[in-house]
Design a protein around this ligand. Structure first.
Ligand code: NAD
Ligand code: MG
Length: 392
């Protein structure tokens, strides 16, 4: 039997098109231009790249989050039939435009409000922006159900789990095993980590990514955020989400079933594979990621994570167990700490210390609306920034 598939181009938007995930998404769109119509692209400061993407993809609407860049973007795109915007409200507008598929690839809690706008339209959202689930997971998942949206995890681990988890038989799932590369400091002692530089922290052994997530990978806060992300996306308890260090990043994650079967998704570490999966879902499309050659790799290794050297893992688990505003505070303090580390204002080990201090000093509260989340986020950032100033 020949199955007929719709041939109308899919209308897509990319929130954060100039970042690492954004440019990989653009790369895939450009390889199959007749399959996609681009509605909106958003960036923040890299106007040249955003304009180049707009010239290639001919979207309806392009905007920059930073209003200072409006004039430069307007000049770059003058004479083209493309609407231009700037500021937070323009990013929201980009998310509201009628794309059926939206890539949420803004970094940090700044991605929360725009991602929610796409969800509220009932769109299919490729979710890379894990911070939005960390700071507002319950509210976001309620919104997904309420508006009939579809959330497709793009984070490689969650994409792997999505591919091998039997959503129809939640009782048959024993646990989820989230794999972690261990980052560039996997074998470092705490003394070694005391003096590492931003350059060392962003040099990930397997993946090429934006600066913030690279530092998170180095501190293993990334795996902590992913633990919280997995908790919201999949029908498993926190205690049934295990973290396993696997330095080669070939097995992207696994699901263990009650009968002893363990299902895994494997691939070379190239984000274009999970992005292509989300873009084509429920079909599949070709991606240019290097093919996996297991004979060449020859060995896969595994280790238990070390929460003494990587306290961020413990902090994230504790925040998830504490609930209420704790995950949001963890995320906000971490964003400020990472930013200060990248500016060389604090040391690498100050990152988890600052997160722990902010979490312990915060007067935790329930959050029943996005406004509550944004209030907690701002307050936690102020506290973290204050601590950074004090320690300088
Ligand atoms: P990046 O820093 O390379 O790109 C971030 C994007 O967000 C850019 O387009 C930038 O213009 C935009 N942006 C930054 N600040 C903004 C603001 N205040 N308002 C609006 N837009 C803003 O980051 P990335 O590595 O592409 O990561 C993006 C998201 O995807 C993160 O949440 C990250 O955790 C997640 N993720 C990334 C990877 C990866 O391989 N890079 C893998 C898994 C998950
Ligand atoms: Mg990941």
């Amino acid at each position: 039997m020949v199955l007929s598939h719709s041939t109308a181009p899919k209308k897509v938007s990319i929130l954060g098109s100039t970042g690492s995930i954004g440019t990989s998404t653009v790369d895939l769109l450009l390889r199959t231009p007749n399959k996609f119509d681009v509605v909106a692209l958003t960036g923040n400061s890299n106007v040249k790249l955003l304009a180049e993407q707009a010239r290639l993809l001919q979207p309806e609407f392009v905007c920059v989050a930073d209003p200072k860049n409006y004039t430069a973007l307007k000049e770059e795109l003058s004479g083209l039939n493309i609407e231009i915007g700037a500021g937070e409200s323009a990013v929201i507008e980009a998310a509201q435009r009628n794309a059926e598929w939206v890539m949420a690839s803004i970094v940090g809690a700044a991605g929360l409000a725009p991602t929610l706008e796409a969800v509220k339209r009932g769109a299919t959202v490729g979710l890379a922006n894990k911070e939005s689930l960390v700071c507002a997971g319950d509210l976001m998942m309620e919104c997904v159900t309420q508006h009939g949206a579809t959330l497709l995890p793009v984070d490689s681990e969650h994409n792997a789990i999505f591919q091998v988890l039997d959503f129809n038989k939640p009782d048959s799932i024993e646990k989820i095993i989230l794999t972690a590369s261990g980052g560039p400091f996997r074998t470092f002692s705490l003394d070694d980590m005391q003096i590492v530089t931003p350059e060392q922290a962003v040099a990930h052994p397997n993946w090429s990514m934006g600066a913030k997530i690279s530092v998170d990978s180095a501190s293993m806060m990334n795996k902590g955020l992913e633990l919280i992300e997995a908790y919201h996306l999949f029908p498993v308890e926190e205690r049934n989400i295990e973290i396993l260090v696997h330095p080669q990043s070939v097995i992207h994650s696994m699901v263990s079933y009650v009968d002893g079967s363990v299902l895994a998704q494997l691939g070379s570490p190239d984000m274009r594979t999970p992005i292509a999966y989300a873009l084509a879902w429920p079909e599949r499309m070709a991606a240019p990621s290097p093919k996996l050659d297991l004979a060449e790799i020859s060995q896969l290794n595994f280790e238990r994570p070390d929460t003494e050297r990587f306290p961020a893992l413990r902090l994230a688990r504790e925040a998830l167990q504490a609930g209420k505003s704790a995950p949001c505070v963890l995320n906000a303090a971490n964003e400020e700490a990472v930013s200060a580390f990248l500016k060389r204002q604090i040391g690498f080990l100050d990152i988890p210390a600052l997160v722990e201090e902010t979490l312990s000093q915060f007067d935790h509260q329930s959050m029943s609306s996005i406004d509550d989340v944004l209030t907690v986020d701002r307050k936690a950032r102020r506290m973290a920034l204050h601590a950074i100033e004090k320690n300088r």
